[in-house]
Design a binder for this molecule. Structure first.
Ligand SMILES: CC(=O)SCCNC(=O)CCNC(=O)[C@H](O)C(C)(C)COP(=O)(O)OP(=O)(O)OC[C@H]1O[C@@H](n2cnc3c(N)ncnc32)[C@H](O)[C@@H]1OP(=O)(O)O
Length: 440
């Protein structure tokens, strides 16, 4: 049994669900039949097509190292299939300053349509938060289907995602001319080379999380029983810098209209460890013949490419929305893990309906940008910046991409010292916009 799965099942939610004849349990990694039924329930919960046996086998292998939890109703015609699913594991989250902080990732939250709105999701989510706390993890995180579900559990939107359309007819390249070269490579080669390049981008990407092996295989079209790279028309290129070292890669698919040009290029992924690689790869796709439009999703809210073309309007942000939601469970550890942009004392009076982050915390930021936080029982030091806020809003501010001034103006943060929100923004600001390039 893996380390997460062997952590005890939360007694509070177990008792709560048992009162209604429901059983909360964690599946054993060796229970292949149980995991397959769990996966079928998960797919049904998300209204996905029923996975084939081959797909189930791949998925069982993927989730076997996770904590796979379900809720069973023995009174059902099919008592072996769970009526609710949830899955969790520890994953590195990059925080401002570049540390990859061990964080509790939660996914696959489904409740069968036959059992919805009876508090099952609440029981599962609160059990996950307590489990994460017991495992000593300071933050829980998820990517969400709807923005209405998780605020009540103290999660706040912390990194946003944007989609862009680039009009390549107007976007003449005016950015730097990189000294290295772009070349085609096989998707298989990126399975070997891509992860190390991605890791090199992490210190400039607060909000990024580890990419799982199955993510690479699926994105590269290398999973059995799913459309492969050739059927999907995936093209993979990599950028080698002037010294011949790989510094970035891009994946794209081109759809020609009426089997003729102009076509659309869907940018599936573009990962650049250096500004040089970023320029080279964007230039490569922008200058593609027979393409008049690039569609790029899951990108940062702030993309330098808009400053690398002759017509600023040729790079159009078509959407921006919440993507990564965080839930702070241990305020001192979470605040101590990231770096800050302004020294000083910051008193955060946090309210938390579920109790995890409740309290008054003093964050002291040193001249080098490192921070230390601890619960404060006495009075705040003279000159401290003081605010009162909810645990969810603290989570939204945590990665430095949400404006404390906006939250204060929205009536969500109470300023208890002069210009508190402006001063808090200055300290929390991240020079690199928080960004998560994947779903999990
Ligand atoms: C990280 C992820 O996996 S994101 C994916 C979330 N899952 C999905 O979208 C799949 C389809 N939906 C579902 O399976 C279910 O409807 C769930 C999981 C979203 C909710 O499950 P339920 O057991 O019905 O939720 P539960 O009864 O515990 O409700 C808890 C609260 O959330 C609210 N709520 C539940 N679903 C929604 C929703 N879709 N939108 C808004 N509020 C919701 C309830 O009204 C309730 O509010 P309250 O605390 O103020 O009373």
């Amino acid at each position: 049994m893996n380390a997460y799965a062997s952590a005890p099942v939360d007694p509070e939610s177990t008792a709560n669900l048992a009162e209604r004849g429901l059983r909360l349990a964690v599946l054993d990694a060796d229970d292949e039949a149980g995991l397959k039924r769990w996966l079928l329930a998960d797919a049904r919960g998300f209204h996905e097509v029923t996975p084939t046996e081959g797909t189930l086998e791949v998925q069982v292998e993927d989730i076997a190292t996770d904590r796979v939890t379900g809720v069973w109703d023995a009174s059902q015609a099919d008592p072996e299939t769970p009526v609710a699913t949830i899955r969790s594991w520890e994953m590195g989250l990059t925080v401002p300053g570049g540390t990859a902080l061990g964080t509790w990732a939660i996914s696959s939250v489904t409740v069968s349509p036959t059992h919805r709105r009876q508090g099952i999701a609440r029981a599962m989510l609160t059990s996950e938060l307590r489990t994460a706390q017991r495992l000593g993890l300071p933050i829980a995180m998820l990517t969400v289907s709807e923005a209405t579900i998780y605020g009540r559990y103290g999660f706040g939107p912390s990194a946003r995602q944007s989609s862009y359309v680039v009009d390549t007819q107007r976007a003449r390249w005016t950015g730097p001319t990189p000294a290295g070269r772009v070349q085609f490579v096989s998707p298989e080669s990126l399975l070997a080379d891509g992860p190390a390049v991605f890791e090199r981008t992490r210190d400039r990407s607060p909000g990024e999380v580890d990419r799982r092996e199955i993510w690479w295989k699926r994105t590269l079209g290398l999973l059995p029983n799913e459309p492969d790279a050739h059927k999907r028309g995936i093209r993979a290129v990599r950028y080698d810098d002037a010294d011949g070292a790989i510094a970035g890669f891009a994946l794209y698919e081109i759809a020609l209209q009426n089997v003729s040009h102009p076509g659309q290029l869907k940018l599936v992924d573009l990962v650049a460890a250096t500004d040089d690689a970023y320029a080279a790869l964007w230039r490569f796709v922008i200058e593609m013949d027979m393409v008049n439009e690039i569609n790029a999703g899951l990108r940062s809210v702030s993309e330098p490419v808009a400053w690398q073309v002759s017509d600023h309007r040729a790079v159009r942000k078509t959407s921006e929305r919440d993507h990564l939601w965080l839930r702070i469970l241990d305020v001192p550890v979470a605040l101590g893990a990231r770096s800050y942009a302004a020294p000083g004392d910051y008193l955060l009076d946090v309210t938390d309906d579920l109790g995890f982050a409740q309290g008054r915390f003093l964050l002291t930021v040193a001249a080098d940008g490192s921070g230390q936080a601890h619960p404060l029982t006495g009075t705040a030091p003279a000159g401290a910046v003081e605010v009162a806020l909810s645990a969810a809003d603290l989570a939204s501010l945590y990665l430095g991409g949400t404006s404390a001034v906006d939250l204060a103006r929205a009536g969500r943060i109470t300023e208890k010292s002069p210009d508190a929100a402006v001063r808090l923004d200055t300290a929390l600001h991240s020079a690199y916009a928080p960004h998560l390039s994947t779903w999990f």
